[in-house]
Structures are given as C-alpha cells and as structure tokens.
Design a protein around this ligand. Structure first.
Ligand SMILES: Nc1ncnc2c1ncn2[C@@H]1O[C@H](COP(=O)(O)OP(=O)(O)OP(=O)(O)O)[C@@H](O)[C@H]1O
Length: 305
C-alpha cells in the first residue's frame, strides 16, 4: 500500500475529519455522454462515510443514488471532483492497487438471482471471489464458503445446490455470504431487499444488521423504502436531481426535515407509521441548482433552494 497516492482530504459538508472517513466524495460531478446528449447524473456531491457507520442514500428514481454508489466503489471515474477510499484517491491509484482496494468494497444488489453465477453452486458462488483473489487452495476456499453460508443462515446441507433451487431470500443470503468472502470494510447495499417479500425483507435486514455489528462493517444503504432507512441508517443523505439536498443524523432528518424535497418525500410515505408532516402549501419543485449545503444544526446540512 505504500505506493498508493494518499490524499489527506479537508473536511466537507456533512463530513468528518479525514482520518475518520472510509469514503470521501468531494465536489463530484458525473456527466454521461449519450447519443441523445449529455446526462448530468451527479452534481457537486460531497459526502463522507465514517468507518463503521451506515449511511442511507434516498431519493426518487433517477436522482443519482446508484451513480454515487458506483463512483464510491471506483467502478467509474467522476467527471469532476475526487473520490477517496480509506484516504486513497481512486483516480490516481494504480490498477493493481485498485483491484486490492476493490476487495475491501463489496456490493449487495437488488436482484440476488441476477447477481449470482447460475451454473455455480452456492458454495461455488461464495468461493469465487476467494479464487479470483488467489486466497487459499480449493479445499480451504470451500471450507470458508461453508462457514460463510452458515454465518448468513444458509444450511450447509444446501451448499451444493444451485441458485435457482433457493428462494429469493436464501439467494440474497448466498449473495451476502459471497460479498463477505474477502472480509470487506464496506458493504454497498443497493436496494438489497426490494425484490423480496415483506416478511423475508425483515429477515434479510435483521441479518445485515447483525453482520454489520459483528464484523464492524461500514455500510452504504440505498433504498426507496424510507421506513427501512430510518431503522437501519445512522445518517441519511437525500438526493434530488443529482444533488444531495440534505444530510443529517437519521433521527434528526426524520424528525425535522429542513429541505422542502425531504419534507415532501417523508410526507408521502410516513403518515402510516408516524404523525403526518405538513405538506408545504406551495410544493417545492425540483430544480437543478448549484448552491452549497448550509449547516443548520450540528451535523445537519441543507441545500438552499
Ligand atoms: N451509464 C449511463 N449512461 C447514461 N445515463 C446514465 C447512466 N447511468 C445512469 N444514467 C442516468 O443518470 C441519472 C441517475 O441515474 P441513477 O441510476 O444513478 O439514479 P438512481 O437514483 O439510482 O435511480 P433508481 O432508484 O431508479 O436506481 C438518470 O437520469 C440515469 O438515466
């Protein structure tokens, strides 16, 4: 790791001192060139994720959540700005070092079946990252895969079953076991329960909850389901039209949402479980504005609109 370029970042809106950040996203834009023109998917996003914390990322479809997730994982470069992982600038890191860093960031996807290799058994799927990263021999990888399957609640008797032979919830457990195989620091969960039945969702969330505590994982949790985010995240960032419009500790954001978009988002879903929040008389219309986040209370940042 000594050859890695280490950036000591300044702090940013919603951020922590550099040494407490596992992920640092600083003034990042992402523009996609498409045949129909440019898509400005992410605009001046600054976010940090502390070691061991769970950051919830919410916002309507197309607001840029998955793009931010992919940028955080170094799966594509930002058009502007910097992304750091454990103090390392992902844009300047060497290819081999990036590969090693990527082992520390693993993703759990919405569709577990689509994310598993259909012709590999459950144990084969879980052992695959170990094989790719040349960890251990075949027997020890299988042994480790079986331990991981057991840890996530898959009966090792089914280790040689194929993904199609499992239920959706069990498939997601296998996918989680595979994500944990390389002992990552970061688990990027992109709608990890959206494709599952409600009762199964609760079980998978409980599992993720146990694992993050037991393994000290840092988690970025993307979800449309605000009730889940409220339960699961330590802090929440709200995205709209490619921008982060508000960041706050979860209880603060849900109790006192300050940005009109956040207020509308919460008002749209929360009356079922909480007292309804007032809907602004003149509903806020999303606009792509380039204004900085303002700190309205300690740790609570809002974009002026
Ligand atoms: N590879 C790409 N090429 C062109 N445009 C893209 C690409 N990826 C994302 N976009 C566009 O960027 C914007 C943000 O997309 P993104 O998938 O990040 O949003 P999202 O909030 O994750 O949405 P969803 O909740 O539906 O997954 C959208 O307008 C999307 O069409």
């Amino acid at each position: 790791m000594s050859e890695l370029t280490v950036r000591r970042d300044e702090t940013e809106a919603g951020a922590q001192p550099a040494d407490r950040r596992l992920i640092g996203v600083d003034h990042v834009d992402k523009i996609f060139d498409t045949r129909a023109g440019q898509v400005h998917a992410v605009r001046d996003v600054s976010l940090s994720v502390r070691h061991g914390e769970t950051l919830g990322l919410v916002g309507e479809s197309g607001s840029g959540k998955s793009t931010v997730a992919r940028l955080m994982m170094g799966l594509m470069p930002p058009t502007r700005g910097t992304v750091t992982f454990d103090g390392v600038d992902l844009a300047t890191v060497r290819r081999g070092d990036l590969r090693r860093l990527r082992a520390q960031m693993q993703m759990v996807f919405q569709n577990p079946y689509g994310s598993l290799l259909p012709h590999y058994s459950a144990a084969g799927n879980v052992a695959e990252p170990l094989r790719l990263h040349k960890r251990g021999d075949k027997a020890s990888r299988r042994q480790r895969a079986i331990e991981l399957l057991t840890m996530v609640g898959v009966n090792p008797r089914f280790a040689d079953h194929y993904p199609r032979q499992f239920s959706g919830g069990q498939q997601q457990r296998v996918a989680i076991a595979r994500a944990l195989a390389l002992e990552p620091k970061l688990l990027m969960c992109d709608e990890p329960t959206s494709s599952l039945d409600v009762s199964i969702q609760a079980q998978v969330l409980a599992l993720l909850d146990e694992l993050r505590t037991a393994l000290g994982l840092t988690v970025v949790f993307i979800s449309h389901n605000l009730a889940v985010v409220e339960r699961f995240a330590d802090r929440v960032a709200v995205m709209c039209l490619g921008q982060v419009v508000e960041v706050a500790p979860t209880d603060v954001l849900f109790d006192t949402p300050r940005h009109p978009y956040t207020q509308q988002l919460l008002a749209a879903v929360l009356p079922v479980t909480r007292d309804p929040l007032p809907v602004p008389a003149d509903p806020w219309r999303p606009q792509a504005v380039d204004l900085p986040l303002r700190e309205v209370a300690p740790g609570h940042y809002v974009r002026d609109s």
